[in-house]
Design a protein around this ligand. Structure first.
Ligand code: SF4
Ligand code: SF4
Length: 211
């Protein structure tokens, strides 16, 4: 909302810069932000103690891209319409009751949506930031840039299923390990599967996409 209010005034504000930096970071760091820093992610991981159901399918994951496309197209339209843009990183940054209320409403929506859907339901279906990082990952793969990835050792896996049970995104990791392909745009690089594997069959590192 702040990025839209800024764009209406022809301003390139701090959140626009941060979204751009997240995209750039994901070219090498994949979705480490989602797994380790996102406050919305922390709220969802807390909620998973009340609803631990998996919420992951192509259909459920698609809606965030539609939300992102509508939202970002509108912002680009405002930038073009109100340009040339002036940069002000701290534009609209102040402790104002209306922003505190909006922040509380957003956090409540994340809490309730995840409670009703399941594990990281908001990341799968609503998050308007995730597509920036998915674009970064795809860009890295297209340009053969090494980025943060999980690595599997299929021969060490005993199919206990602990990794799939631990995954906050509800991914079928044991199947991914068996196939030897750990690439998934829904993976948030939290490394729960790495920590929980009794056979150390999952590792991680920075490398190029498998050919
Ligand atoms: S936790 Fe490890 S051993 Fe168990 S299924 Fe997953 S990768 Fe295989
Ligand atoms: S696959 Fe592993 S690193 Fe990726 S989200 Fe699931 S538990 Fe986290």
């Amino acid at each position: 909302m702040v990025i839209i209010l800024s764009a209406e005034k022809g301003m390139l504000n701090g959140s626009a810069v941060i979204f751009g930096l997240l995209l750039l970071f994901s070219i090498v760091g994949s979705r480490l932000f989602c797994g380790w820093l996102c406050p919305g992610g922390a709220v969802q991981d807390y909620v998973s103690s009340a609803n631990n159901r998996s919420w992951n399918s192509k259909g459920k994951n698609l809606s965030k891209y539609i939300i992102w496309a509508v939202w970002f197209s509108f912002i680009v339209f405002l930038w073009v319409h109100n340009g040339p843009l002036k940069g002000d990183f701290l534009y609209l940054v102040n402790i104002d009751m209306q922003y505190i209320i909006i922040y509380a409403i957003v956090m409540t929506v994340i809490y309730l949506f995840t409670l009703l859907t399941g594990k990281r339901g908001m990341c799968h279906s609503l998050c308007w930031m995730a597509p920036f990082m998915v674009i970064g990952e795809k860009l890295a793969d297209l340009l053969h840039i090494p980025r943060f990835r999980l690595k599997a050792k299929p021969d060490d896996c005993v199919s206990c299923g602990k990794c799939s049970g631990n995954c906050p995104m509800g991914l079928s990791i044991s199947d991914m390990v068996k196939s030897g392909n750990m690439d998934s745009v829904e993976c948030i690089n939290c490394l729960e599967c790495v920590d929980g594997c009794p056979k150390k069959a999952i590792g991680f590192g920075i490398c190029r996409k498998r050919q």
